[in-house]
Design a protein around this ligand. Structure first.
Ligand code: C2E
Ligand code: MG
Ligand code: MG
Ligand code: MG
Length: 286
């Protein structure tokens, strides 16, 4: 689906007949329709956050949550983020989505704490475009003040590629967030333009190993080696390492052996709505 965004770029950006085919016309129209729908969705509050627990590999405790956006479209049903996030990025609507996501996650956090639950870290996903807004850190500050969220429980996930453009500005933003107590993680580690140099330069706390490596680690010895190397690399830089996409018990043995810190995946729980989380997380904890 990311390719839709690329086609859209070509069609809209260049306005060039050479790129124009009936097939692309369809894609272009789909993207435009979707863009209009995203605007309406923001207005009509059609988005929702689901939460997936992160577990301590060693003792099985829930140590955090990742917030993942869901869109229940009134006519088309559930539209996955892989389909609409690229369109939102192309159109700039991602900035509004991002603000909504951070605000919603913070409000939810405060609500849980007010209900008497022990506070737990919540991670939100941020697109490159959001991080590159000059006032991104200010926006986060404002949301934290408005919701009265304790910033030390907020985590922001970014991908490797997001920091590769305007690196200096991004590092400044990241440092401001870190100074506020917000933690930062590199998502989908291993799939971008990985360069080990930035691990030293960026003020990050967590490395999240992409699920493609985790999924194949049991069947592909080379992927198992890559996972081991990534865990060691993270630890060398003083980071906590999270394995994404753990679906089976067997992979846990490998993660335990390699001293991976945390994991996430269907094996423990799929992402669930806030109302179901109480039994999944808080129920299991107490
Ligand atoms: P991600 O941040 O890497 O999130 C992990 C994805 O893997 C999620 O898909 C999650 O539901 C899925 N997942 C978790 N455990 C397992 C497992 O054991 N097996 C398998 N097969 N999948 C698992 P989802 O929710 O469809 O999100 C896809 C991507 O969309 C995310 O990847 C993230 O890049 C983006 N995304 C999601 N929510 C947001 C958001 O609020 N803002 C932005 N900018 N991007 C978002
Ligand atoms: Mg709501
Ligand atoms: Mg993520
Ligand atoms: Mg990921």
């Amino acid at each position: 689906h990311a390719s839709i965004a690329v086609h859209y770029c070509k069609v809209s950006g260049r306005n060039n007949k050479l790129f124009y085919t009936p097939d692309m016309n369809d894609i272009y129209n789909d993207v435009l329709l979707l863009e209009g729908d995203i605007r309406k969705a923001l207005y009509h509050d059609e988005f929702e956050l689901f939460y997936q627990p992160q577990i301590n590999v060693e003792n099985g405790e829930v140590i955090g949550l990742e917030a993942l956006i869901r869109w229940n479209h009134p006519k088309k049903g559930n539209i996955p983020p892989s389909k609409f996030i690229p369109v939102a990025e192309e159109s700039g609507l991602i900035n509004q989505i991002g603000k909504w996501v951070i605000n919603e996650a913070c409000m939810q956090h405060v609500e849980w704490v007010n209900q008497g639950h022990d506070p737990i870290r919540i991670a939100v996903n941020i697109s490159a475009i959001e991080l590159q807004q000059f006032d991104f850190a200010d926006q986060v500050t404002r949301i934290i003040e408005e919701t009265k969220m304790d910033p030390t429980y907020l985590e922001i996930e970014i991908t490797e590629n997001s920091v590769m453009q305007n690196t200096e500005d991004c590092i400044r933003t990241m440092n401001t967030l870190r100074d506020m107590g917000v933690s930062l993680s590199i998502d989908d580690f291993g799939t971008g333009y990985s360069s080990f140099g930035y691990l030293r330069k960026f003020p990050i706390n967590y490395l999240k190993i992409d699920q493609s490596f985790i999924r194949n680690a049991l069947s592909e010895p080379s992927d198992a080696e890559i996972v081991k190397a990534m865990i060691q690399l993270g630890h060398t830089f003083g980071l906590k390492v999270v394995a994404e996409g753990v679906e089976e018990q067997n992979i846990l043995a490998l993660l335990r052996e390699q001293k991976c810190d945390y994991y996430q995946g269907y094996f423990f729980s799929k992402p669930v709505p806030a109302c179901d989380l109480e039994s999944v997380v808080y129920g299991k904890m107490s």
